[in-house]
Design a protein around this ligand. Structure first.
Ligand code: FE2
Length: 232
């Protein structure tokens, strides 16, 4: 499977994934660029998809659907499916409720498209207030191999690294992460996230000093994560 990333809005990231001649747009807010790429590469836009239905992730849907024969499948419908086919390959679907009830992560090869569930350097807001569900969703993502590449719904890297440095000022990996950042193609790996992202490092004792200052219960991984989310 191939992946192209497009920027739109303040920080949003859109994706086109394709195999053979079949493509799916995910959070395709950069509709004109996506349609241009589809045409230039003689692709068939088969699906228009979203990681969740927040307003800033869906603005390209109308134009993409008007200009193609693509099928729209809503995130809540996708939650009932295991995968979609693109040519001979599978675009896997993992429901990851927490940011919203309909949040989805898409997976293929060594890639996850994580929407607003996991960003490069931080995590999303828990708008559902169902923190246990959100924690389970993040745990599910963390079961993937460390080399898994993370493609998020927004580029928040500058902000995220500033927060990470405030929480964990001695962490040398933050500078490495910043050195590897490019606005032209925003991606990290799970291994990089586990070295830097304070909101998924709930098994990492090097954050204990900071967490102890939060005066919240810290006895389990969930509690350590929940405490950290109080400063998110
Ligand atoms: Fe969102």
């Amino acid at each position: 499977m191939n992946i192209r990333q497009f920027r739109y809005g303040d920080s949003n990231l859109a994706y086109l994934v394709f195999s053979g001649s079949q493509a799916a747009a995910i959070d395709g807010g950069a509709a004109d660029e996506i349609l241009g790429f589809v045409e230039d590469n003689s692709l068939e836009l088969k699906y228009v998809l979203n990681t969740h239905e927040h307003w800033d992730h869906i603005p390209g849907n109308g134009r993409l659907l008007k200009e193609s024969e693509a099928e729209f499948i809503s995130p809540s419908k996708l939650c009932e499916m295991e995968y979609l086919s693109l040519a001979a390959e599978e675009l896997k679907i993992f429901p990851t409720p927490g940011h919203t009830d309909d949040s989805i992560v898409f997976g293929f090869d060594d890639c996850l498209i994580t929407g607003d569930t996991l960003f490069n350097g931080t995590v999303g807001n828990c708008y559902t207030k169902d923190y246990e569900n959100y924690f389970s969703s993040l745990c599910r993502i963390l079961e993937f191999p460390p080399e898994t590449r993370i493609f998020a719904g927004h580029d928040l890297v500058d902000y995220a690294l500033a927060v990470a440095a405030e929480i964990d000022p001695e962490n040398a990996s933050i500078a490495d992460y910043a050195a590897g950042y490019s606005a032209d193609f925003v991606v990290s790996t799970l291994a990089m996230e586990l070295a830097v992202n304070p909101f998924i490092r709930f098994g990492d004792s090097s954050l204990d000093n900071f967490r102890n200052g939060l005066e919240m219960p810290l006895g389990t991984p969930y509690r350590r994560w929940r405490a950290m989310m109080s400063v998110h």
